[in-house]
Write a protein that binds this ligand. Structure first.
Ligand code: SAM
Length: 214
């Protein structure tokens, strides 16, 4: 993701606490009160410009969604998307690092994790930064309900193979694997920005669903 300097982003984000949650650590264990319902919560780590999470929130009004993104200059586009799609009471955004999820969520807060076109970190010495590394899987398990799923899409064959191995080695059950999602596109597939870009170039999109067994 190319980062553009957007000096106005911070003020714009701060002006919309109804969508980009300020002080999210204060909501740990009580996210249902943010959404004012008892619906399940699905999160996307590395939400980018928010096309996927906004589309999912529109498609599934009975599920709560939180898009998590590191950078002001990127999440501000997700915020613009969310504002355009209003009213969307089941969508919120967090500008935090996915590596710190345990500061904001506790066991049973989250019902599913989505990872879409996560940064591949191809160098072996950076493997711990991959969002499907064992360390991240452990983190997801620590905030998810039992037997929850991680859903992952990518154009990157190396990261996909790594993730299949990492999740299997962790003891997760692979319940769905596609080496060409668009060859047999599920009706409810919501495309991400990167998915649109890579599939337009004719690149296959890989997708998996994996379930924790506890
Ligand atoms: N998911 C979007 C898509 O499919 O179009 C964006 C993909 S982009 C390659 C990866 C995004 O993940 C970037 O916006 C990046 O800033 C964000 N990201 C990477 N590591 C992250 C982390 N540890 N926590 C939160 N966001 C992260």
């Amino acid at each position: 993701m190319r980062l553009r300097n957007k000096p106005w982003a911070e003020d714009f984000i701060n002006a919309h606490p109804e969508i980009v949650i300020p002080n999210p650590e204060e909501q740990k264990g009580k996210w249902n009160s943010v959404f004012n319902n008892e619906n399940p919560l699905h999160i996307e780590v590395g939400t980018g410009k928010g096309q996927f999470i906004t589309g999912m929130a529109k498609q599934n009004p009975d599920i709560n969604y939180i898009g998590i993104e590191l950078y002001d200059s990127v999440i501000v586009s997700a915020l613009e998307n969310a504002l355009e799609a209003q009213p969307l009471p089941n969508l919120r955004l967090l500008k935090v690092n996915g590596a710190d999820l345990a500061k904001y969520f506790q066991k049973n807060d989250v019902h599913r994790v989505y990872l879409n076109f996560s940064d591949p970190w191809p160098k072996i010495r950076h493997a711990k930064r991959r969002l499907t590394h064992e360390g991240f899987l452990k983190l997801y398990e620590s905030i998810l309900v039992d037997n929850a799923e991680v859903h992952f899409k990518t154009d990157n064959r190396g990261l996909f193979e790594y993730s299949l191995t990492s999740m299997s080695a962790y003891g997760m059950l692979l319940t769905y694997v596609s080496l060409d999602l668009h060859a047999n596109m599920p009706e409810d597939n919501i495309m991400t920005e990167y998915e649109e870009r890579f599939s337009a170039k004719g690149q296959p999109i890989y997708r998996l669903e994996a379930r924790f067994l506890s």
